[in-house]
Every structure is written in structure tokens, then in C-alpha cells.
Write a protein that binds this ligand. Structure first.
Ligand code: SAH
Length: 246
């Protein structure tokens, strides 16, 4: 146990976050819940301590420094995590930045049930969890254009992702996509979709933390999203908004 604590504290220190005892305990309990659940249901590919701490916890909270004020106490910004799976990156972000108003969206009920259990056991407040597809919620008034920030990790190609994410943003809100290395081509392919949805690329930031190479694509919503987007479930993936096809 001593080792796990140390690993967590050192890794978070390396990204400039010093965890309180309460935050440390939340991460450790979350780790245990993930490992228990993973015995019967596949939530993470590899459930060793080190893997979960680095690849999931630290990777989730290692957002670029330019974003730090938006996640901080005085802003109380709302954050939507689409396709959260086992809670990533939403739950680690909420533990690290407790004043966020968080909503988690997930299509698979089993994962929703797990995440609800995590939220209950960690006694996290100001979180709601919705079961369903982003394409459907994105057309509902109570969700559309309501959030200051949207995040997504390992959900889809950027050209598809922006159709799922941008409709939820308020004007001037930010979509923060957790992407891998070498995304030039993916980014070029998404150009038309980004503009069509009312977005504009604001920043592209690469990082390499605990051996994980990431590119954060930060897109600002500068115009209202046309009402026809998002299209019906499955359509954004099947017919992404691409230069040559429309
Ligand atoms: N973000 C998590 C999980 C990635 S796997 C992580 O980084 O570990 C992608 C998840 O998105 C799956 O759990 C899948 O059920 C969910 N998902 C896929 N398409 C979705 C959609 N259109 N709306 C909501 N959730 C979706």
C-alpha cells in the first residue's frame, strides 16, 4: 500500500498537483473499485496499480497548464465527459478539481452502473450520470449548448468527435479532445466538420507525461451549431462530415 501511495503522489507532483489526503484517498478507493470490478467486467485493459495510476488517473488530470484557471475553484465551470467508460477522464478531473460541475455520459448501462457506484462510494458531489448516446442528448434542449467545457478520451476520430461534442457547448465554450501522437492527418480530415459545427481550433498541445504521448486538441465554439447536428445515432461515424464527400 505504501508503494501505491508513493507512486500516486509522485506522479501527481510531476504534473504540478499536490493532492490532499482526501484526494489521495479518493484515488486509492477508485483504484480498488476498478480492480474489483475488472475481475468480472472489462473496464480497463490492464488493472495493475501502475497502469491504472499512470494511464488512467494521471493521464486524465494532466491537462495543459493553459487550461488550469478554467478548472479552478472560482470558475465553477460545468464539464461534460462523453463516452466516459469507467469514468475517464471525468472522475479523476473531478477529484483533482472538486469545484467542477460534472456530467458523465455513457452508452453502455453496465459502465453507467459502475460509475454511479464509484460516485456514491467516493461521496463526490455535483455530478450527474446519464445513460445514452451523445447523438440523442445533443438534440435535447436541457443538454444542448449548456456546458462550458466538454472532454472526451478514446471515443472517436476527430471528424466524428466534433459532431458529438460541439453541440453541447455554450458559445465560447471549449472542447478538449484527448488525442494520441501524430494527429496531423486526423486534424486535416476534421477541418470541415469543425467549421460546420461552429468550432475553431484554438490550440494544439503535445505532452509526454509518465511515458504517455498525448496531443490535446482544444476547439472553441465560436458559432451556434446548425440544428441538423448531431445527426441520428451511428450517422456521424458512418458518414463523417468530410471535405470530399459533401
Ligand atoms: N473515455 C473512456 C472510455 C473510452 S471507450 C476512457 O478513455 O477510458 C469509449 C466509450 O464510449 C465506451 O464506453 C462506449 O460505450 C462509449 N460510447 C461510444 N459511443 C458513444 C456515444 N455515441 N454516446 C455515448 N457514449 C458512447
Amino acid at each position: 500500500m505504501e508503494n501505491i501511495n508513493k507512486m500516486l503522489l509522485e506522479a501527481s507532483k510531476s504534473i504540478g498537483i499536490s493532492l490532499s489526503k482526501e484526494q489521495e484517498n479518493s484515488f486509492l478507493l477508485y483504484l480498488k473499485l476498478l480492480q474489483n470490478k475488472n475481475k468480472t467486467t472489462n473496464i480497463v485493459a490492464n488493472s495493475e496499480d501502475k497502469e491504472i495510476i499512470h494511464k488512467h488517473f494521471i493521464d486524465s488530470i494532466a491537462i495543459p497548464p493553459v487550461l488550469h484557471t478554467l478548472f479552478s475553484e472560482d470558475k465553477q465551470n460545468s464539464l461534460l465527459d462523453i463516452g466516459t467508460g469507467g469514468g475517464f477522464p471525468g472522475i479523476p478531473l473531478k477529484i483533482a478539481y472538486p469545484s467542477l460541475r460534472l456530467i458523465l455520459m455513457e452508452a453502455t448501462n453496465k459502465k453507467v452502473e459502475f460509475v454511479k457506484e464509484v460516485v456514491r462510494q467516493l461521496s463526490l458531489d455535483n455530478i450527474s450520470i446519464t445513460w445514452g448516446r451523445a447523438e440523442e442528448f445533443g438534440q435535447q434542449v436541457q443538454y444542448r449548448e449548456k456546458y462550458d467545457m466538454v472532454v472526451a478520451r478514446a471515443l472517436a476520430e476527430l471528424s466524428v468527435l466534433v459532431e458529438l461534442a460541439i453541440p453541447f457547448l455554450k458559445k465560447q465554450g471549449l472542447f478538449i479532445a484527448y488525442k494520441g501522437p501524430n494527429i496531423d492527418e486526423e486534424l486535416a480530415m476534421a477541418g470541415k466538420a469543425i467549421i460546420t459545427l461552429g468550432g475553431e481550433v484554438q490550440d494544439i498541445i503535445e505532452s509526454n507525461i509518465t511515458g504517455i504521448r498525448r496531443t490535446f486538441v482544444i476547439i472553441k465554439k465560436v458559432a451556434e451549431t446548425p440544428v441538423k447536428y448531431p445527426r441520428r445515432p451511428g450517422i456521424p461515424q458512418k458518414r463523417p462530415i468530410l471535405e470530399q464527400k459533401e
